[in-house]
Design a protein around this ligand. Structure first.
Ligand code: HEM
Length: 511
């Protein structure tokens, strides 16, 4: 059935449903409240209403310049006010959306109350969203909660595509996202990783591993916080019990919980209900106020003081010095500085932590892969230590990292994209300001494109998939996008991958 025909049938079914409901309602009201017209008059009114609804939508579609091209993507039948929300529920995760794509196709549209969600599950369409139509789909959707956590888009990650985003991304690149930065900090990273390995080697931990098992999340989390805070502020946490570490992790996890909760969907999807969100939004404002003050008072202000004390002779020794410099030159505001800190806290730490945890879990469950990594290290590196500079000599290790990111894509739907204006995609019309998600997990786990995708098999990246890599530009395989691709792709890719490989090697081989 063509998209237009399907749309018409869906609308007719919907009108029938609405008519039946309203007839019953009219009968009920008539018998209880003595309305001034009979049920049959109500019926005529309802039929007129239904006809008007169908007619109106046809007219409004025709009202656009090019009627042949105004076809909405397929999707389940939606009802007024709620759209598809009641059918699909709150938890629109990558697996559910992958299952829906098998029913509705590589692009489909869900209406969540007043909002549109377009889901893309095909490499060619992903190419269009992220690359060929990267400008048109290069903005990010926000809602009332994200407006609070980003100061209405004063940050970089959740701002619309335009001059502000370009400036922020340029300013962040020099201190965070270049190969030079990776080389500059590699000794520091290795030092932090060796501390975790040292802990794991301690007799006490060895006994625990043998008897009750251990949770290494906290150790890895401290390591990643230290790596990022040393890069950002030249400052580190003493231990997992350090009150600043406890506070920073609490603030960040509470921010993630409040931003990603389903609790506020009703006010987000149905604007009429927004006044009922007041309490929730106050909670978000309160947290964000305290959280930004924590970053500012304990880190940013300290760097400002050091810079001021050194005066002209100050040499930037960490990322925030460069960012403050840009602010002093008038390129960005004080708020922008603090939102850069906020973005790094959100984007850089947990993503890398999830990947490391999955990698270690896969090594624990796959002794064969573990022993192949050990063998590669001892054959290639002999007595040398594993460092950032010799990682490229270890192809099996690199394949293991790729396989982890494929099977356990840390951000399975990427960060949502948005089109500011009505756009065409795959022959369909995407309404303006739709949230557009690319199901990167499904692209990398669809059995039509991958051999036994559910299997953890790093060898695939040395055999049938040897040409596939996660890249931010150049020749892209649109089935494999753990870091996205194009304008809004992850700028932290070099940092994350190097960090991840080194850590994987150092910690992974201890199990
Ligand atoms: C394993 C680790 C990581 C993964 C899997 C990952 C993945 C991603 C993905 C999927 C996106 C969105 C791409 C899109 O929307 O098309 C993204 C955006 C972003 N990532 Fe990462 N990331 C990781 C680590 C990092 C690190 C370490 C940093 C910083 C040091 C970072 C900074 C960012 C920023 C700033 C953005 C927003 C870019 C923009 O909107 O222009 N990420 N990341």
């Amino acid at each position: 059935m063509s998209g237009r025909m399907r749309h018409f049938v869906q609308k007719s079914m919907l009108c029938t449903l609405v008519t039946i409901t309203l007839i019953s309602l009219a009968k009920f009201l008539y018998s209880y409240f003595f309305l001034p017209f009979s049920p049959s008059t109500s019926l005529i009114i309802l039929i007129l209403f239904t006809t008007f609804y169908l007619f109106k939508s046809t007219i409004s579609n025709r009202g656009h310049a090019d009627a042949t091209t105004l076809i909405p993507p397929p999707g389940p039948l939606s009802i007024p006010i709620f759209g598809n929300w009641l059918q699909v529920g709150n938890d629109l995760n990558h697996r559910l959306l992958a299952a829906m794509s098998q029913e509705y196709g590589p692009i489909f549209l869900l209406k969540l109350g007043s909002k549109n969600l377009a889901v893309v599950s095909d490499p060619e369409l992903a190419n269009q969203v992220l690359h060929t139509q990267g400008v048109e789909f290069g903005s990010r959707p926000r809602n009332v909660v994200f407006d609070i956590f980003t100061g209405n888009g004063q940050d970089m990650v959740f701002t619309i595509y335009g001059d502000h985003w370009r400036k922020m991304r340029r300013i962040m690149t020099l201190p965070f996202f270049t190969n030079k930065v990776v080389h500059h900090y590699s000794d520091m990273w290795e030092e932090e990783m060796d501390l975790v390995v040292g802990d794991l080697k301690s007799n006490e931990i060895k006994v625990m591993i043998r008897t009750s098992g251990i949770v290494i999340r906290k150790g890895l989390q401290l390591m990643l916080y230290n790596i990022m805070y040393r890069m950002m502020f030249d400052s580190k946490f003493e231990s997992q019990e350090d009150p600043f570490f406890i506070e920073a992790t609490k603030f960040n996890s509470e921010r993630s919980r409040l931003a990603q909760s389903f609790e506020y969907n009703y006010g987000d999807f149905i604007p009429l209900l927004r006044p009922f969100l007041k309490g929730y939004l106050n909670k978000c404002r309160d947290l964000q106020g305290r959280r930004l003050a924590f970053f500012n008072n304990n880190y940013v202000e300290k760097r400002r003081k050091i810079m001021a004390a050194n005066g002209e002779n100050h040499k930037s020794s960490c990322a925030i010095d460069h960012i403050i410099d840009a602010q002093m030159k008038g390129e960005i505001s004080e708020e922008n500085v603090i939102y850069i800190v906020e973005n790094i806290n959100v984007a850089a730490i947990e993503t890398t932590l999830w990947s490391m945890e999955w990698a270690i879990a896969e090594l624990v469950n796959n002794p064969r892969v573990q022993s192949k990594i050990r063998q590669e290290i001892s054959t290639v590196l002999k007595d040398q230590l594993v460092t950032e500079s010799n990682l490229h000599e270890l192809p099996y290790l690199q394949a293991t990292v790729k396989e982890t990111l494929r099977l356990h894509t840390p951000i399975p739907l990427l960060v949502p994209h948005m089109n500011l204006k009505e756009e065409k995609l795959g022959g369909y019309t995407i309404p303006k300001e739709s949230k557009v998600v690319v199901n990167a997990w499904w692209l990398a786990n669809n059995p039509s494109w991958w051999k036994n995708p559910e299997e953890f098999r790093p060898e695939r990246f040395l055999e049938e998939e040897c040409a596939t890599d996660a890249v931010a530009g150049g020749k892209v395989d649109f089935r494999y996008l753990p870091f996205g691709v194009g304008r809004r792709s992850c700028p932290g890719i070099i940092l994350a991958v190097t960090n991840f490989r080194t850590c994987h090697c150092k910690i992974g081989i201890k199990f």
